[in-house]
Design a protein around this ligand. Structure first.
Ligand SMILES: C[S@@+](CC[C@H](N)C(=O)[O-])C[C@H]1O[C@@H](n2cnc3c(N)ncnc32)[C@H](O)[C@@H]1O
Length: 244
């Protein structure tokens, strides 16, 4: 899908700016409308995709945070990103809406959630996202997915060692894994570094995201080579026995 770069997007310094369409709504207005609609879909879904308590404030709690993450991440145009453990599509659907020039794959182990995310993408007309169902431990062995992404974005999938192991198979040399974490991430960093060493990853940075309603930190891992052949371990093992 990298060939489907949105020609409306042009480079301005390090950031990318979407010019308005002539005679029509700007891409930003369009994105705004889609994000509002996405918040409604999440709130009204018959599946519990966000906690009951957060339903009334989906826009403020989840969309605003995901948007701030996407803005901070500012992925390279034409790059391909995997949202692993996407649940109801967070933050991957927001990434796909905000950045039509980026290819996004949304993956989750739960078929019910994946079907719902497929429905959301269809209703929202999100053309640059594809959806895959399966456990990371299995999907990372699929030759079509192994080592093929520029980056993996992960929110609320587990501790840093779990995230690093589940995501590692999807990125080759130079690829990145970005974990969206909260203020408590410092307590996971030592274990995260130790797991990273075993997986051929470096923790490159821990970055504070501006403009999120709550404290959000991004932990950025960089792959220093191909994924180890034995990574990830069998289904459930990364969560039950995290690398440390
Ligand atoms: C707490 S939810 C987070 C969902 C979403 N990222 C968010 O921020 O709202 C974690 C999701 O990860 C999925 N998941 C858990 N283990 C997984 C695995 N091994 N492979 C793929 N998905 C997994 C679950 O099905 C669930 O939808």
């Amino acid at each position: 899908m990298s060939g489907r770069a949105d020609r409306r997007v042009r480079r301005l310094g390090r950031r990318w700016e979407r010019p308005s369409r002539e005679g029509g709504a700007s891409v930003t207005e369009e994105a705004e409308e889609r994000l509002d609609r996405y918040a409604e879909l999440l709130r009204d879904s018959p599946i519990n995709l966000v906690s009951r308590g957060a339903r009334a404030s989906v826009r403020e709690r989840h969309i605003v945070e995901s948007r701030a993450v996407v803005e901070h991440l500012n992925p390279r145009p034409d790059s391909s990103w995997l949202d692993l453990g996407t649940g109801g599509g967070l933050p991957g659907i927001v990434l796909a809406i905000e950045r039509p020039d980026v290819e996004v794959v949304l993956a989750d182990a739960r078929a019910k959630k994946v079907r719902e995310v497929e429905r959301f993408c269809a209703v929202l007309g999100v053309a640059n996202a594809a959806v895959r169902c399966g456990r990371a431990e299995q999907l990372a062995r699929d030759p079509e997915l192994r080592g093929r992404f520029d980056g993996v974005l992960v929110r609320a999938l587990g501790t840093l060692p779990v995230v690093a192991e589940l995501a590692r198979g999807f990125v080759g040399p130079g690829g990145e894994i970005v974990a969206v974490k909260g203020p408590g991430v410092d307590a996971e960093l030592e274990a995260g570094r130790s797991a990273a060493d075993m997986l051929g990853l470096d923790i490159e940075s821990v970055e504070e995201v501006a403009d999120a309603a709550t404290v959000v930190r991004l932990v950025r891992f960089r792959a220093v080579g191909a994924p180890p052949a034995t990574t990830p371990r069998a289904d459930g093992v990364p969560q039950r026995h995290p690398l440390a």
